[in-house]
Design a protein around this ligand. Structure first.
Ligand code: ADP
Ligand code: MG
Length: 304
């Protein structure tokens, strides 16, 4: 390959808002036939907000109980860097609540958080975390939570000394540029895949909104790269193995970004994701990733 053409390509990319880490990255982008995307912060804005609170019987809470649950949730999430944690802390701040102090904060990747509050061992996180910790979730709450999930809500259950206090429903918004980017990928014959640690209902809701072909939900951070490897083992266009790009923003996406044939990070994402990727999008617009694939095609055509 002529390095001059590739260098010119990376220069054009920079002007389009796509930072390409060296000429090899453009070559790696060539012939991608499968694009895997993280959900939160990639397909969605990742600016989440608290949209409701449920008591242990699955009913909406009265204002006083809601304020108490939100304060406990915010206390536990104070040390969290996750968009879900930030949303809970912000929700409590907006409501003007007094947030108690905690000790021994610990983030549990792909699950939630744990800390001690007033001597009680507390945690906030997804239903799987509660199950693993042996916290009893009443059937009525489980049903209410499933219904909220299928409407796209992410569920944060809160427990203190093994007792469930209730659930917070957190909402996210799909980026207004995502659906068009997905249809451009489909027009180019690319298969689209959503890969998320969030629940099946929320994942399917987002996939349907933007038209993504395939969904892998409830995937633990350590297992994301295994899904990439599995896709790479499948046969794609022209009987060749699939060539897979991964687009993500989180610490939990880093291994998948590095393991994919091409890693693409959101410039709005974490430093770890950016460092693990070949290409960084300077704006939170998936359309730029599609532009980058087109740029690679055009550049390599002039060479081969
Ligand atoms: P994603 O793949 O969507 O970026 P993560 O792997 O970061 O998701 O998290 C997966 C799931 O773990 C979240 O959808 C949520 O249910 C739970 N979770 C992770 N971090 C937190 C947190 N700080 N508070 C509550 N729940 C969390
Ligand atoms: Mg993310």
């Amino acid at each position: 390959a002529t390095p001059t053409a590739l260098l010119a390509g990376t220069g054009r990319g920079a002007r389009m808002g796509v930072l390409i880490r060296g000429p090899e990255a453009l070559e790696r982008a060539h012939g991608i036939d499968t694009v895997v995307m993280d959900k939160t912060g990639t397909v969605t804005t990742g600016r989440m907000s608290v949209a409701g609170l449920l008591d242990p019987s699955g009913q909406p809470m009265d204002d006083e109980s809601a304020a108490q649950l939100l304060a406990v949730g915010a206390a536990l999430e104070t040390g969290s860097e996750h968009p879900i944690g930030r949303a809970v802390v912000e929700g409590a701040r907006e409501t003007g609540l007094d947030v108690p102090a905690v000790t021994g904060f610990e983030a549990l990747a792909g699950a939630g958080v744990r800390a001690e509050m007033e001597g009680y061992a507390c945690m906030a996180g997804n239903p799987a975390l509660m199950r693993d910790a042996g916290v009893d979730v009443p059937a009525a709450l489980a049903a209410a939570v499933d219904a909220a999930s299928s409407q796209g809500r992410t569920v944060v259950m809160v427990a203190a000394s093994g007792q469930l206090l209730g659930a917070l429903l957190v909402a996210d918004t799909v980026r207004d540029t995502s659906a068009e980017a997905i249809s451009r990928l489909h027009a180019a014959g690319v298969r689209t895949v959503l890969l998320t640690g969030d629940n099946e209902g929320a994942a399917r809701h987002v996939a349907a909104q933007v038209g993504i072909d395939e969904v892998h939900a409830d995937v633990r951070p350590a297992d994301k790269v295994a899904v990439i490897k599995e896709l790479q083992g499948q046969t794609g266009t022209g009987g060749r193995p699939r060539k897979v790009a991964m687009i993500g923003d989180g610490v939990n996406d880093a291994a998948a970004l590095a393991g994919a044939d091409l890693g693409v990070s959101m410039g709005t994402g974490t430093d770890v994701a950016i460092a693990a990727s070949d290409i960084t999008l300077t704006r939170g617009d998936l359309g730029l990733a599609v532009d980058a694939l087109g740029l690679s095609r055009a550049t390599l055509r002039t060479i081969h």
